[in-house]
Design a protein around this ligand. Structure first.
Ligand code: GUN
Ligand code: ZN
Length: 451
């Protein structure tokens, strides 16, 4: 494959910023470039230096004046909820029963699952997200649709079939045995194939019986190479119900601990109302608490206290949680993360935000050698950001004088329009999507009722 030299303003992190002016945490090249070959980063650095070593066959793509960053990473969302974003007026349990458990039944249709999986991957790419960890529906075929759509685009994706054997409609319930058998078959078929990673996914304690939790423990023992993803302590009614179903557990976290589900590859969505004991238990297990700001606000769940996780030494990551979350954009997600922390007296610096979306989330997934930065040898998953993509941003940018200011404007005012290109393993993906979107617009609209 020929060499590619992407020219622009390159920003990539090497560590978590300790303060707003911690320049040791990142590398920034004002006239920079990323040299790519065979889907990998050869090197990121000064344009002049890389142009002189790139060789005569190199194809130069000039992205100036845009920023070149590693692709964004989303550590928690639900692919079958793509068409259920913005479902009105309910908190978690009512929202699940009224909207989500209805929507997810559509995924018994392979054609529907295939269609949404394709649109889901495209939406991630449109927003500059090149890797995500998603829940599929209870249907085994939804996982096939998900990984097939990722494979077609060569995306590094994590996913798994939700297991749920109670407190859900009949059509969405598996059994401990079928959940085990389907998960085993899916791991055999997908985990490690191309860029696919499997996540063992008991939905949450409320929708799994103790028998299914036992089965989850067996799956995790048999497949330590896989991730585990579930939900923890998102909403007060949810906590009361979950703990009532497992009366011998000390608290919600203890339910998962009792089934050996807490480990360094475990991703726990939300974690809003944890006690210090629970956070310390996560820290000890090295499990990851996933902050989902747009979802936590939209579902009226509560405020994630990132400062307390830091104090107690627990790992965190950040995610959209579509469709409880309201946007596929990690920029919009960090804008809401900033506000959630701000009302609690915590300050999220622009550099910390961009660290979280890239290297921070890669570290949370244990994938920092492959994604999340532009270090030599990393997969060439790259996002190009345009800080002047909207007229209001262009006007605001006229007064910006520092990179930190520019990053904050991009995060606060930006969305998919600010992503001018996205590369997956060195291949440009967004330009093709924009052409396809033009044809989607031709579909006829359903007639809407007044209420
Ligand atoms: N808890 C269990 N399932 C879900 C889900 O689909 N979304 C959210 N936000 N919380 C959950
Ligand atoms: Zn979720």
């Amino acid at each position: 494959m020929s060499r590619l030299l992407l020219r622009g303003r390159v920003l990539t992190f090497v560590d978590e910023p300790k303060s707003i002016d911690d320049q040791s945490a990142y590398s920034y090249f004002e006239d920079g470039a990323v040299l790519v070959e065979n889907g990998k980063v050869v090197e990121a650095g000064e344009y002049a230096a890389l142009a002189s070593v790139a060789g005569p066959q190199v194809q130069i793509v000039d992205h100036r004046p845009h920023l070149i960053l590693p692709g964004f990473i989303d550590t928690h969302l639900h692919f079958p909820q793509t068409q259920a974003i913005a479902s009105y007026g309910a908190q978690l349990m009512e929202w699940l029963n009224t909207y989500i458990f209805v929507e997810e039944q559509k995924f018994s249709s392979t054609a529907h699952a295939d269609f949404i999986a394709g649109r889901f991957m495209d939406e991630l790419l449109r927003n500059g997200t090149t890797t995500a960890a998603a829940y599929c529906s209870v249907h085994r075929t939804s996982v096939d649709a998900y990984f097939a759509a990722a494979e077609k685009r060569n995306m590094l994706m994590i996913g798994g079939k939700v297991m749920m054997d109670r407190n859900a409609p009949d059509a969405l319930r598996d059994t401990p045995q079928s959940g085990y058998d389907d998960t085993k078959a899916l791991i055999a078929n997908w985990h490690g194939r191309g860029r696919a990673h499997y996540a063992i996914s008991p939905r949450f304690a409320i929708t799994s019986t103790p028998e299914q939790m036992d089965i989850s423990r067996a799956l995790v023992r048999e497949h330590p190479e896989c991730y585990v993803q579930t939900h923890l302590s998102e909403n007060k009614d949810e906590i009361a119900y979950a703990t009532s179903l497992y009366p011998s557990a000390r608290d919600y976290t203890d339910i998962y601990a009792n089934y050996d589900l807490l480990g360094p590859k475990t991703l726990l969505g939300h974690c809003i109302f944890l006690s210090d004991r629970e956070i310390s238990a996560l820290a000890e297990a090295r499990s990851v608490a996933v902050f989902c700001p747009t979802s936590n606000l939209f579902l009226g769940s509560g405020l994630f206290d990132q400062g307390r996780f830091k104090e107690l030494g627990a790992r965190t990551s950040v995610a959209t949680d579509v469709g409880g979350g309201t946007s596929f954009s990690m920029l919009e997600t960090m804008s809401e993360a900033y506000k959630v922390l701000h009302v609690q007296g915590q300050r999220l610096s622009p550099f910390a935000s961009y660290y979280m979306m890239t290297l921070g989330n890669a570290r949370a997934l244990g994938l920092e050698d492959r994604i999340g930065s532009l270090r030599a040898g990393a997969d060439a998953d790259i996002t190009i950001l345009d800080s002047r993509a909207k007229p209001a941003m262009e006007l605001r940018m006229r007064t910006a004088t520092t990179l930190a200011e520019e990053l904050f404007i991009l995060q606060t005012m930006g969305d998919d329009r600010s992503v001018s290109e996205v590369y997956v393993a060195g291949k440009p993906m967004k330009s093709g999507l924009d052409k396809a979107a033009a044809s989607h617009g031709a579909r006829s609209l359903p007639e809407l009722q007044p209420a």
